[in-house]
Ligand binder design. Structure first.
Ligand code: AMP
Length: 184
């Protein structure tokens, strides 16, 4: 059963590719960004804490994120596999995820490669509340500093596939599915 992680900068097309992948494999889509946005919309305590951090393009604390992911992964629907989107984003989150899943691990970590200029243009065009030029810049910096090193982490475990994210949605999807099948 596929236990997948999707990496890649914001604006790399993760949202679209995730929707296609969870449909293809019939697995739950676990997006920490979506869960946080739902908490903000509901005005829960978590939402109140997270909103300012998200608007600034900063990262919500590992402690908060690990709490919500652990709770979500305990749900029985994840027994058939899952796609984690937007998590892990830091080394600490990746280590904690490995522990949570032990002795099984992530089967495939998918990286969607798109240049900074392209993701910046796409993010400005989608016009989300947290898509100010400053926040976009900040998220790209954090991606480079915190999340890009996870590519090595998964590459060392021989589960990383890197896919060119330029092209039509269908082209990118085909590349991802071929890459997953070549590894699992
Ligand atoms: P996303 O929808 O994945 O782009 O996430 C939107 C925002 O939620 C990010 O800019 C962060 O502020 C926060 N966020 C989502 N996932 C995480 C995570 N794994 N660790 C820390 N912050 C996160």
């Amino acid at each position: 059963m596929p236990r997948l992680v999707i990496l890649g900068k914001q604006g790399a097309g993760k949202g679209t590719q995730c929707a296609l992948l969870v449909n293809h494999y019939d697995i739950p889509h676990i997006s920490t960004g979506d869960m946080l946005r739902a908490a903000v919309a509901e005005g829960t305590e978590l939402g109140l804490k997270a909103k300012q951090i998200m608007d600034a393009g900063d990262l919500v604390s590992d402690e908060i994120i690990l709490g919500i992911v652990e709770e979500r992964l305990a749900h029985p629907d994840t027994e058939k596999g899952f796609l984690l989107d937007g998590f892990p984003r830091t080394d600490m989150q990746a280590q904690a995820l490995t522990e949570m899943l032990a002795p099984a691990g992530i089967e495939v970590a998918i990286d969607i490669e798109v240049p900074d200029e392209v993701v910046t243009e796409r993010m400005l065009a989608r016009g989300r509340d947290d898509d100010t030029p400053e926040a976009i810049q900040r998220r790209l910096e954090l991606y480079r500093a915190e999340t890009a090193p996870l590519l090595n982490f998964y590459s060392e475990q021989n589960v990383l596939v890197s896919v060119d994210g330029l092209g039509s949605e269908e082209e990118v999807q085909d590349r991802i599915i071929h890459a997953i099948e070549s590894i699992s």
